[in-house]
Design a binder for this molecule. Structure first.
Ligand code: BGC
Length: 906
C-alpha cells in the first residue's frame, strides 16, 4: 500500500501566502496515498525552509491525536509582523504508522502599522483630457467626471545584486504596479473592493527576479475603480464614493546579496503625469489615445528623454498615512482565467463588426489592430441582441461598458487595464480591415477561485444548466459576490450571496474569497447589530432585509460546513450574535414582523408575491437560530448553543401558531411558504407530510411550474426531495415552459438570468429597468444537483467532508449522472446509472474521510458491492417514495454498488 503523505499544504486557504494576518494563520493539508489520519505533528520555523539540520521550531504541535487536517490554528508564540515562516506536517494512521514529513510550505506575516514608512501619493484630479466629445452644446456629465489614469514613477539605484525583495502595494482606487518595464504579478482590479474609509487591503509580491544591480524604476498606473469611479446605481457623488482621486501606497523591501537592506517607498520623491489612458472606469469603460503613450516610462532602458524626464512629469502630491487600517489581502486576486475566441464575426450594414463569443461572460476584449495614426476603434459590449440583431444595451442602465482607442499608427494591442464588462456580444467600430484569427479575443476575468465541482448527465440541457450556473458565478465573483456584472449596480447584495453560497462552494474554491468578503460584511454592520443589504455598504442605509441581512449568519455557517473552517466562525461570532440580538430586541414575541429593512420578501417571484413578509422573515430568523446553535457548538460554546436551540424552539412555536393550520396548510399557500416551512423544519412533524402534499398541489395547480423567487428557489427542490417528492423536483427541473430554468436555456441562455422571463416569446424583453442576464441567484438549484442528484453530502451536524453521506436521488428523464467535488479532504466522486433494470452507484471517498453510502433500490437487501458484499443495513430513502436504500459504511477509495432499480418499470 502507498504510504500516506501529507500534501497540498495551505495556510488560510492560500498556497504559500506572502502576507497573512497573524490571527488568520491556520493550516490545512490533504493526505496522498489514501488512509485515515489518527494524529499529526506540525512544526513551524522562522527564516528559511530547511528543517534539517533542524533549527528550533518556533512552534511544534507535538504529537496531536486528531483527524483534523483543515483549519488547524497556529498555537505558538506571537508571530513577527513581516516575518517569514516555513511549516511542515507528518501524520500517523490508525495502525500507528508514521508518514514522512511533508515538503515544507511557507507563509509570511502581514506588516504591522509600524512596518510601513510609505506615504499616499497621487496627482489630484487630473484634468488634462476629457472623455469622448459629447453632443455639441450639451456637456456630458459622465465624460466630465472621467479623468486620465495617473502614471507614477520613481527611479533608484541598487549597489549590488538582489537576494530577495517584496513589493507591498495598494491604492485608493486601482493599481497596476510596474518594475523595470514589466508588470508586477498577474492580478487585475487590485487591491479589490473594501470600505476604503475603514480598511484597505494591500498585496505583496515576490519581485526578486525583476530587480537588478544599478538603476531600477518602480512605477504604477492608477485607476479610479470602486474608490472614486462610478459604482452602483446612484450617480457618483462629486468627490467619488470614498474619495476624489486615486492614490498609491507602495513599499519595496529589498535584501541585497551582501545582506544589506534597501527600502523604496511611495513618497515625495516620485513624479507623475498622465499618458495614453484618457479615462478608466469600472462601469463606463476605458479610452486610450495611443499617441499619448509614454514609451519606457516604467523602465530605466526606455527613451527616458521623451517618456520620463521631458515635459509633463511633475512632483506627486504626497500625504502621510492616515488612520485607515492596512490589511494583507486574505482573498484571491482577480485574474484572467480563460480566453474565448469569437464564435462568429460578422459585418453589419453600417460597417461595424459584430462579434459573438457564444458565451455570456465577464471581462474585456483584447484586439490586435494595425491602422493609421488618429484612426479610432470603439468597442461596445452587450449580453444580448435585440430583434434587429443589434446590441441590446438598455438593460445596462447608465453603465456604458464601452472601450475606445485612438491608434498611434502601426500595429497595436488594444486592451483596457481597469474596467470589466458583462457581455456575450461586442460591436467593434472602426476596426481597420478585417480581423483575422486571434485578432479579437475575449479575456475572462474574475476572482480566481479554481473549479472544484463537475457534473455530467444523460441530458445535455441539464449539463448546460450546470455550466450556466458556473458561468454566472465566475462573472459575479469579482472581489465581492455581486448581483450582476454589467449594469450600473454590481453590488455585494447579501440576499443573492446567501441563497447561492452552498452552490458556490461546491462549484469553486471560494474559501479565501468568502474570508475576504465576510470581513466586508462584518465591517458594514450597523451599530444596532443589523447586517446590511449590501457589503461593502457604500451609501446604502438601513438594516438588511430578511434573507439579505441573514447572510451574515448563513454565509459564515456555510463556509464552516463546506471547509470545516471554525476560524471564520470565531472571527465573526460577535457580529453574528449582535445580529441575533438585534432581531430579538425588535421582535420579543418571536414573530419577526418588525425591523425588516426594505423587506424584499421572495424577490422576483413570478406573479404576485403573496407570501406574508413576517412568514419569510420569521422562517429566516428560525434558520439563523438553528445555525447559530451549530456554530456555537462548533466553537465550543455549549451554553450559547443551548440558548440558540431554545430561541429556535420559541420562533418555531410562534411560526406554527401564526402560519400553519392543523391540516398542514401554510398562510398564503404560496410555494415559497411551503418550501420555507418544510426546508427549515418549521412545520410540526405530524403535519409535515400533509404540508408536502399541499406544496405538490400548489405546483400542480401552476400546471407543474414553480412560482418561487430568490428566497424560495434555492430550497424548492431540496424541500421536495426531502419529503419524498423527488419526482416532482425533476418535473420542475425538466419543465420547458415559463417559468423554468430550462425555458432560459431554450432561449439560448449561457448564464442564469435575473428574472424567469428576462426575455419571453410573448413579451420580448422584461423591463430594461431591471433585467440582467447574468444574476446567479436562480442558479442556487446547483446545490440540489450536487447534494441530491449525485448524492454528495455530509452527515448532519458535521463539517469539512470528513463524514460523507453519499445518497443519490435518481429520477426524471436521467439515465445517468456523474460528477465530483474537490473537498477539503480531497476528491469525492459520485455517479450512477440505470440500465437493464439495475441501478449502479460508483463513488470515490477521499483520504481521511469515511462515508455512509445509501443506494436506492426496489430491493435494498439485494444490493451488492463490487466484491459481492451485503449492505450493513437497510433504511428508508427519504427522497424517493417507494424506494428503500441499502446502506454501506466505507472508507477512502473507490467503491461500486449495484442492485435492482427502484424504477425498473420506467
Ligand atoms: C439586485 C438584486 C438584489 C435586489 C434587492 C436588485 O437591484 O439586482 O439582486 O438582491 O436588488 O432586492
Amino acid at each position: 500500500m502507498t504510504p500516506v503523505t501529507p500534501v497540498s499544504l495551505r495556510c488560510a486557504h492560500l498556497d504559500n501566502p506572502l502576507g497573512i494576518a497573524p490571527d488568520r494563520v491556520r493550516f490545512s493539508w490533504q493526505l496522498a496515498g489514501g488512509g485515515l489520519q489518527q494524529a499529526y505533528q506540525l512544526q513551524v520555523i522562522q527564516n528559511g525552509r530547511v528543517f534539517h539540520p533542524a533549527p528550533t521550531p518556533v512552534w511544534d504541535s507535538g504529537l496531536t491525536h486528531s483527524a483534523d487536517c483543515a483549519d488547524v490554528p497556529y498555537g505558538g508564540p506571537p508571530l513577527t509582523s513581516g516575518g517569514r515562516y516555513a511549516w511542515r506536517v507528518r501524520v500517523w494512521d490508525p495502525a500507528g504508522t508514521e508518514s514522512a514529513w511533508s515538503d515544507p510550505a511557507t507563509f509570511e506575516v502581514e506588516l504591522g502599522p509600524a512596518d510601513w514608512t510609505a506615504s499616499w501619493i497621487g496627482l489630484g484630479a487630473l484634468r488634462e483630457h476629457f472623455g469622448p466629445p459629447s453632443q455639441p452644446g450639451r456637456p456630458d456629465p459622465v465624460a466630465m467626471a472621467l479623468r486620465p489614469a495617473p502614471h507614477l514613477r520613481r527611479s533608484f539605484t541598487l549597489a549590488g545584486p538582489v537576494a530577495s525583495a517584496r513589493l507591498h502595494v495598494t491604492a485608493l482606487g486601482l493599481y497596476e504596479a510596474r518594475l523595470n518595464g514589466q508588470r508586477v504579478g498577474d492580478a487585475y482590479l487590485s487591491p479589490g473592493w473594501t470600505d476604503y474609509d475603514q480598511r484597505v487591503l494591500y498585496q505583496s509580491y515576490d519581485v526578486t527576479g525583476l530587480l537588478r544591480a544599478g538603476e531600477n524604476v518602480l512605477g504604477a498606473l492608477l485607476g479610479d475603480g470602486w474608490y472614486c469611479g462610478f459604482v452602483g446605481f446612484d450617480a457618483k457623488r462629486a468627490g467619488g464614493h470614498y474619495g476624489g482621486s486615486p492614490e498609491l501606497l507602495a513599499q519595496l523591501d529589498i535584501t541585497l546579496a551582501d545582506g544589506s537592506a534597501v527600502r523604496v517607498v511611495s513618497d515625495a520623491e516620485w513624479t507623475g503625469r498622465s499618458g495614453a489612458i484618457e479615462h478608466a472606469d469600472l462601469l463606463m469603460g476605458e479610452r486610450h489615445d495611443l499617441r499619448l503613450a509614454l514609451p519606457g516610462w516604467d523602465s530605466p532602458d526606455g527613451r527616458a528623454g521623451e517618456g520620463c524626464d521631458g515635459t509633463g512629469w511633475r512632483p506627486v502630491l504626497c500625504r502621510e498615512r492616515d488612520g485607515r487600517v492596512l490589511a494583507a489581502d486574505p482573498g484571491v486576486p482577480v485574474r484572467v482565467t480563460a480566453e474565448v475566441a469569437p464564435a462568429s464575426v460578422s459585418r453589419t450594414a453600417d460597417g461595424t463588426h459584430l462579434v459573438d463569443f457564444g458565451q455570456n461572460l465577464t471581462g474585456w476584449l483584447r484586439i490586435r489592430a494595425s491602422g493609421p495614426a488618429g484612426a479610432s476603434v470603439t468597442v461596445r459590449h452587450a449580453e444580448v441582441l435585440d430583434a434587429d440583431g443589434r446590441l441590446y444595451t438598455e438593460n445596462l442602465r447608465t453603465a456604458r461598458q464601452a472601450d475606445s482607442y485612438v491608434l498611434a499608427g502601426g500595429p497595436a494591442v488594444l486592451e483596457p487595464h481597469f474596467t470589466v464588462h458583462g457581455f456575450r456580444y461586442a460591436e467593434v467600430t472602426g476596426y481597420p480591415g478585417e480581423p483575422g484569427p486571434g485578432d479579437i479575443v475575449a479575456r475572462v476575468a474574475h476572482s480566481d477561485t479554481p473549479a472544484t465541482g463537475a457534473f455530467e448527465s444523460s441530458e445535455p440541457w441539464l449539463d448546460q444548466l450546470f455550466r450556466n450556473i458556473d458561468w454566472g458565478q465566475r462573472g459575479n465573483f469579482i472581489s465581492v459576490p455581486t448581483d450582476c456584472p454589467q449594469r450600473d449596480e454590481r453590488l455585494g447584495w447579501l440576499g443573492d450571496a446567501q441563497i447561492f453560497a452552498r452552490t458556490a462552494c461546491y462549484n469553486r474554491d471560494v474559501a479565501a474569497f468568502y474570508a475576504k468578503w465576510l470581513d466586508d460584511v462584518t465591517e458594514a454592520q450597523l451599530p444596532s447589530g443589523a447586517f446590511p443589504d449590501i457589503a461593502p455598504r457604500l451609501n446604502f442605509p438601513g438594516a438588511g432585509a430578511p434573507a439579505w441581512g441573514d447572510a451574515g449568519v448563513i454565509v459564515p455557517w456555510t463556509a464552516w460546513k463546506m471547509y470545516g473552517d471554525r476560524g471564520v466562525l470565531e472571527r465573526h461570532y460577535g457580529a453574528m450574535t449582535a445580529w441575533m440580538d438585534f432581531i430579538e430586541r425588535g421582535n420579543p414575541d418571536y414573530l419577526r414582523s418588525r425591523e425588516l429593512g426594505h423587506s424584499y420578501n421572495d424577490w422576483l417571484s413570478p406573479g404576485s408575491d403573496e407570501t406574508p413578509h413576517p412568514l419569510v422573515a420569521s422562517a429566516y430568523w428560525a434558520h439563523d437560530a438553528a445555525l447559530m446553535a451549530e456554530v456555537a457548538d462548533a466553537i465550543g460554546r455549549p451554553g450559547d448553543a443551548a440558548r440558540y436551540r431554545e430561541l429556535r424552539a420559541k420562533i418555531g412555536a410562534a411560526f406554527a401558531a401564526a402560519f400553519v393550520d392543523a391540516a398542514g396548510h401554510l398562510a398564503s399557500g404560496t410555494q415559497t411558504a411551503y418550501v420555507l416551512g418544510l426546508h427549515l423544519e418549521l412545520i410540526p412533524e405530524g403535519s409535515r407530510a400533509a404540508a408536502a402534499g399541499h406544496l405538490v398541489a400548489a405546483i400542480r395547480a401552476a400546471d407543474w411550474h414553480l412560482t418561487t423567487g430568490f428566497v424560495g428557489v434555492g430550497y424548492l427542490l431540496p424541500a421536495l426531495s426531502s419529503t419524498g417528492h423527488t419526482d416532482v423536483a425533476y418535473r420542475l427541473l425538466a419543465q420547458r415552459t415559463f417559468p423554468s430554468w430550462r425555458y432560459m436555456i431554450d432561449q439560448g441562455a449561457t448564464t442564469i438570468w435575473e428574472r424567469w422571463d428576462g426575455w419571453s416569446q410573448e413579451h420580448g424583453f422584461q423591463s430594461a429597468w431591471m433585467n440582467s442576464f447574468n444574476h446567479y441567484s436562480l442558479g442556487s438549484v446547483g446545490e440540489w444537483l450536487y447534494r441530491f442528484v449525485l448524492g454528495i453530502d455530509q452527515e448532519p451536524g458535521t463539517a469539512g467532508f470528513g463524514r460523507l453521506l453519499l445518497r443519490p436521488h435518481p429520477g426524471g428523464p436521467l439515465d445517468r449522472a456523474q460528477g465530483s467535488y474537490q473537498s477539503a479532504r480531497g476528491l469525492i466522486r459520485a455517479g450512477w446509472e440505470r440500465a437493464g433494470g439495475r441501478f449502479t452507484y460508483r463513488v470515490e471517498v477521499p483520504p481521511n474521510a469515511v462515508a455512509s453510502v445509501h443506494v436506492p433500490s426496489a430491493d435494498p437487501a439485494g444490493v451488492r458491492d463490487a466484491a459481492g458484499g451485503h449492505p450493513a443495513a437497510v433504511a428508508e430513502h427519504p427522497g424517493l417514495a417507494g424506494a428503500g436504500a441499502a446502506v454501506f459504511a466505507v472508507g477512502p477509495g473507490r467503491h461500486e454498488f449495484s442492485g435492482p432499480d427502484s424504477q425498473a418499470s420506467r
